[in-house]
Design a protein around this ligand. Structure first.
Ligand SMILES: C[S@@+](CC[C@H](N)C(=O)[O-])C[C@H]1O[C@@H](n2cnc3c(N)ncnc32)[C@H](O)[C@@H]1O
Length: 279
């Protein structure tokens, strides 16, 4: 399923432009405090990190300042193409590569492996075996998982009526996308858990990434980044375009004028559970 949802170029572009990202959330501090002082001077030591299922490089760029070299990999060429186009950092390299086969890396060679909003697409056994093989002894593994029911839409102006309508719209999006997601994703989501590595030294923290939308088309950009909505359209053509349908619902809920894109601003909140492990 991971290969179906993220391949096309429009989804990749919308992903980069309209999804919340991880900068300014303090994730670097959490990583540093768990990894230790050796990583506080990345230019002085030969450190290397790997971000798997990197998409357009949101987490890759947030963590790159901590390491001498950062590699982002993703199975989708479209995502990697966009990542290369928007990345200025000289210490980042991107590759099209799957999570389950890291044979381009040597044993015990990586200081940090990270993966954000992606681990549920990977085949657990080969993926975790590769993580264990390539991490240095003492190296760390960071996993960001969407919190259950952790994505919600709110009024940027704290309007209760809009908040209620936004919650209904988000529930609509969840139901529509989840029906596609459940069918195709691996056991991880349906069982609600992922058997992460058995490393005893671990740390858990949470963060919420936010994105504000001031115009209807920006929110439509977010809807277009949801590969599951596109797939739903393909699987249920008789039900009409879901992106148009949800756009109309949002317009009714938050439009400030009938003739323009102007809306009362809304904020998308994505809560993540973040787990760190030391090999
Ligand atoms: C929801 S996106 C997350 C992107 C980015 N990490 C973020 O946090 O915004 C999931 C990404 O995982 C990638 N993916 C899915 N299955 C994969 C696999 N087996 N190996 C590598 N990447 C995969 C998809 O192509 C997609 O870019």
């Amino acid at each position: 399923m991971g290969d179906l949802l993220f391949e096309d170029a429009e989804t990749a572009r919308s992903y980069q432009d309209y999804r919340p990202n991880y900068s300014g959330l303090g994730i670097e501090k959490e990583v540093l405090s768990f990894m230790g002082q050796a990583y506080e001077q990345p230019g002085n030591v030969d450190t290397i990190a790997l971000d798997i299922g990197c998409g357009t490089g949101q987490l890759t760029r947030a963590l790159a300042p901590l390491f001498k070299k950062m590699i982002g990999i993703d199975r989708s060429k479209s995502q990697i193409d966009v990542a290369k186009g928007v990345t200025k950092e000289k210490n980042i390299e991107y590759l099209v590569n799957v999570a389950e086969d890291l044979s381009f890396l040597q044993d015990n060679s990586i200081d940090l492996i990270s993966t954000a909003a992606a681990v549920h697409y990977f085949e657990p056994e080969p993926f975790l075996a590769e993580v264990d093989r390539v991490l240095k002894p003492g190296g760390c593994f960071l996993v960001l998982l969407f919190a259950v029911k952790g994505i919600f839409l709110t009024s940027a102006t704290n309007n209760d009526d809009i908040n209620n309508k936004c919650e209904d719209i988000m529930e609509d999006i969840r139901k529509t996308t989840y029906s596609v997601f459940k069918k195709g994703s691996n056991k991880v989501i349906s069982s609600g858990s992922y058997s992460l590595p058995d490393y005893p030294d671990r740390h858990h923290f949470q963060l919420t990434s936010k994105r504000r939308y001031d115009h209807l088309d920006e929110f439509v950009g977010f809807l277009k980044s949801l590969g599951t909505l596109k797939l739903y359209n393909e699987q249920h053509p008789e039900e009409g375009d879901q992106i148009e349908r949800i756009k109309k619902r949002l317009r009714l809920a938050v439009a400030t004028s009938s003739s323009t894109q102007e809306i009362s601003p809304v904020v998308l909140n994505c809560m993540f559970n973040c787990y760190m492990y030391r090999k």
